[in-house]
Design a protein around this ligand. Structure first.
Ligand SMILES: Nc1nc2c(ncn2[C@@H]2O[C@H](COP(=O)(O)OP(=O)(O)OP(=O)(O)O)[C@@H](O)[C@H]2O)c(=O)[nH]1
Ligand SMILES: [Mg+2]
Length: 417
């Protein structure tokens, strides 16, 4: 992937959710539809990309509100320019031409070879290593990961460019037995995401036996009417001995056979140790149909910055709380922008965010003694955000209670679920 490029975000068929600037939005609905739409062909794709670019900015912050994130370290300058443009200090520019140009550029066969492109959804039960693998495949962190189950709560698209192919990966929440309305909605997000993709990659961690959750999930995959290619990724292989891994591979193969299908590939991989990641990308790319690039080269994701920022704050919080609390935490970014009146070489990004819990009793836990835990969360998140956006950050983080939000349809809607 070319480093340093950042561009605006084409989302073929993308739907922008309304709401005020920076509030976490969920885009789950877009994924399946996007994939479905994109398969209609390049003209349609370009038309849709144009539509998404022109009229989609629900943030009210200009064209920069929804764009592709390049490598954090080298994209800093561009990001800053973009932030400046959003703060009224420059022009956002028309990136639609750039997108369509990129799509047109790679629409034809490269060097006589057929160019492949398409969508692959990454599924699996919670904690299976989906997001970590997606980050490894994309080559940068676009999705948060933690050892707390159900870390991922919306689909995240990551773009993997390889010679001769562009793969759009869709990370999903872990499919699980729901215990709340949130859980039901997360499962619906997964089912919608896999409903119209070319490939479904099912993560089955090597350090855990195939369980009822895996069988349930694989059973659903076997019955998908549009018959995507099914790939098994045996994740976290660094955690198992070779003989145990062999046993697991046999069990994965049997899982398909018992359900009447054969995996197109079974790929052992370790995203953390960087083992077989390239092979995993190659396998997915090989299963894509011929087609044009949907995103410009160098693009890594189309997550809006506000969403990435909210997720980084949630990730920092997940690392510092225990038991049931991770499930109860949501984060919204209320406002985000470069502080006015700063010297050009000393920019500062103000982020106003809320860390939301479900019960009054949870508030003091998140705060910690003398608000020490909240400070720790804020400090850790601030560093991550500054790294991602390439600009120093002032983070104003408050704790709010939104009673039983996981089970309240109105609260869930408000939070973008
Ligand atoms: N040792 C090892 N740990 C891994 C690997 N991949 C993921 N993990 C760890 O497994 C945990 C879960 O990883 P995630 O990527 O968040 O898993 P997920 O499937 O996205 O989880 P949900 O979003 O909750 O469904 C984290 O603590 C990761 O660091 C790997 O290859 N090796
Ligand atoms: Mg995840």
């Amino acid at each position: 992937m070319r480093r340093g490029q950042r561009a605006s975000g084409p989302r073929p068929g993308a739907r922008r959710h309304g709401g005020k600037a920076g509030v976490v939005r969920k885009d789950s609905g877009g994924a399946g539809r996007q994939a479905g739409g994109a398969r209609k062909g390049s003209d349609e794709t370009r038309r849709q990309a144009g539509g998404a670019g022109k009229g989609s900015d629900g943030t009210g912050q200009g064209a920069g509100g929804n764009r592709l994130t390049g490598r954090a370290d080298q994209a800093a300058r561009e990001r800053r320019q973009d932030l400046e443009s959003r703060s009224g200090q420059g022009a956002a520019g028309n990136r639609l031409g750039e997108r369509v140009g990129a799509a047109a550029q790679s629409a034809g066969p490269a060097g006589g070879q057929v160019f492949r492109s398409g969508f692959a959804v990454v599924v699996g039960r919670p904690n299976a290593g989906k997001s970590t693998l997606v980050n490894a495949l994309v080559g940068q962190k676009i999705a948060i990961a933690s050892d707390r189950p159900q870390t991922t709560r919306h689909t995240v698209r990551g773009i993997v460019n390889r010679p001769g192919a562009q793969l759009v990966l869709i990370d999903t929440p872990g499919l699980h037995k729901p215990r709340s309305l949130l859980g039901e909605r997360l499962n619906a997000v997964v089912r919608e995401a896999w409903s119209a993709v070319d490939v479904v990659a099912c993560c089955l961690p090597a350090d855990e036996r195939i369980g009822p959750g895996d069988r349930y999930l694989a059973g659903e995959l076997a019955r998908l009417p549009h018959r995507p290619s099914l790939v098994a990724f045996v994740t976290k292989i660094d955690l198992t001995a070779p003989d145990r891994l062999l046993e697991h591979l046999v069990a994965v193969n049997k899982l398909g056979a018992d359900l009447g299908f054969e995996w197109a590939h079974i790929v052992p991989v370790s995203a953390l140790a960087g083992v077989q990641v390239e092979e995993a990308a190659a396998v997915l790319a090989s299963l894509l149909p011929p087609g044009p690039s949907y995103y410009p080269d160098g693009a890594a994701t189309d997550e809006p910055d506000e969403v990435l920022v909210a997720e980084l704050i949630r990730e920092a919080a997940l690392g510092l709380v225990r038991d049931e609390l991770p499930h109860s935490i949501a984060v919204t970014v209320e406002e985000m922008g470069l502080r006015a009146g700063r010297a050009a070489d000393r920019p500062l990004l103000d982020v106003y965010a809320s860390l939301i819990v479900e019960r009054d009793s949870q508030k003091p836990i998140v705060l910690g003694a003398g608000a020490s835990r909240l400070k720790e969360i804020g400090s850790s998140a601030r560093q991550q955000i500054a790294r991602l956006l390439g600009v120093p950050v002032h983070l104003d983080l408050r704790v709010k209670v939104l009673k039983e939000w996981q089970s309240n349809p109105k609260s869930l809607n408000r939070l973008g679920f």
